[in-house]
Design a protein. Structure first.
Length: 315
């Protein structure tokens, strides 16, 4: 059954969803998707297409490449969807962290080329901030938000350095971020509190923590020059998990995004409360589909990233 725009949201993945080969089959099958990759190569001045399709993986996984790659793939999928459903406008859009920029393109609030330049700058700024103020991140499984927030507050006080909840991905799956010493103390406290798993991730930056303040300031300068417009479709923002319906509201959300928690659980709950029953994940993989099903088992999820996966949208 074709999807209903009144009850459908488009959601867009962030870092961690990338893989070598992303978008290749879709671009070979769909001219709209192929054009997105070609435009990206022209804007960036190098073949992001080759990197996405052929790798190597370690280069694709470098944050300054990962962020543009994910945006390009998501917009390519969006283009393929729009070619098949030219009059379809979802009820809401949202993106996880970097994916919020893909959502802005889908909502008509930001042009593709401006978004591409912004995520390239975002990746560079985050990488530079990580060198300036190294940190880390850790996955916490099996605890509620309140317990994790309390442990982070205690660890911050005891270590004299910051650690905070960075990603509320779904019930029982959280990520904390911050200074290495504070992170270690938080892991001790969370293990003692009964976490099923409390383990460091293989990253050396404290994303979505105050350690990203230099990156946030650099991104904000780029945002000030970007051509943000009022969206045609409301966006549910990461920082407040609320609807963003003006360019000013979008700008305020993005100006705090790198140092604030990604409120993904609350974002999905807000969209469900607004009447959304179907979530189409446009872009690499199906990570968000899995998170959404853990947030609300009654939600319908569709992972759209290949020619075959486009069929359920219209059949």
């Amino acid at each position: 059954m074709p999807i209903d725009p009144r009850t459908t949201a488009f959601v867009f993945p962030g870092q961690g969803s990338q893989f070598v080969g992303m978008g290749k089959a879709l671009a070979h099958a769909d001219p709209q998707a192929a054009d997105v990759f070609a435009r990206a190569d022209y804007v960036l001045g190098f073949s992001l297409t080759t990197l996405c399709w052929e790798g190597p993986a370690e280069t694709l996984n470098d944050t300054i490449n990962t962020q543009p790659a994910l945006l390009v793939h998501s917009v390519a999928v969006l283009g393929a969807v729009q070619r098949r459903l030219p009059d379809f406008h979802p009820a809401l859009v949202a993106g996880h962290s970097m994916g919020e920029f893909s959502a802005l393109v889908a909502a008509g609030a930001l042009g593709f080329e401006d978004a591409l330049r912004l995520v390239l700058e975002r990746g560079r700024a985050m990488q530079a901030a990580g060198r300036q103020q190294p940190g880390g991140m850790a996955a916490i499984l099996g605890l509620e938000v309140e317990a994790v927030v309390a442990a982070c507050a205690q660890a911050t006080t005891e270590a004299g350095a910051v650690v905070q909840l960075a990603n509320d991905n779904c019930p029982g799956q959280l990520v904390i971020s911050g200074d290495s010493a504070a992170l270690d103390r938080a892991l001790e406290l969370l293990t003692a509190a009964g976490a099923k798993k409390a383990m460091r991730l293989a990253v050396s930056i404290g994303a979505h923590s105050p350690l990203m303040q230099p990156a946030q300031e650099r991104l904000n300068r780029a945002l000030a020059a970007a051509g943000l417009a009022d969206p045609r479709v409301p966006i549910v923002g990461n920082v407040g998990a609320g609807r963003l319906e003006t360019a000013d509201a979008i700008r305020r959300d993005l100006e705090a995004q790198l140092t604030s928690r990604v409120r993904w659980t609350e974002s999905i709950q807000a969209m469900r409360a607004a009447g959304v029953t179907t979530f189409a994940e446009l872009g690499a993989g199906n990570v968000l589909c899995g998170l959404i099903r853990r947030i609300d088992r009654t939600a319908v999820t569709l992972a759209v990233d290949s020619p075959e996966s486009l069929a359920p949208l219209t059949d």
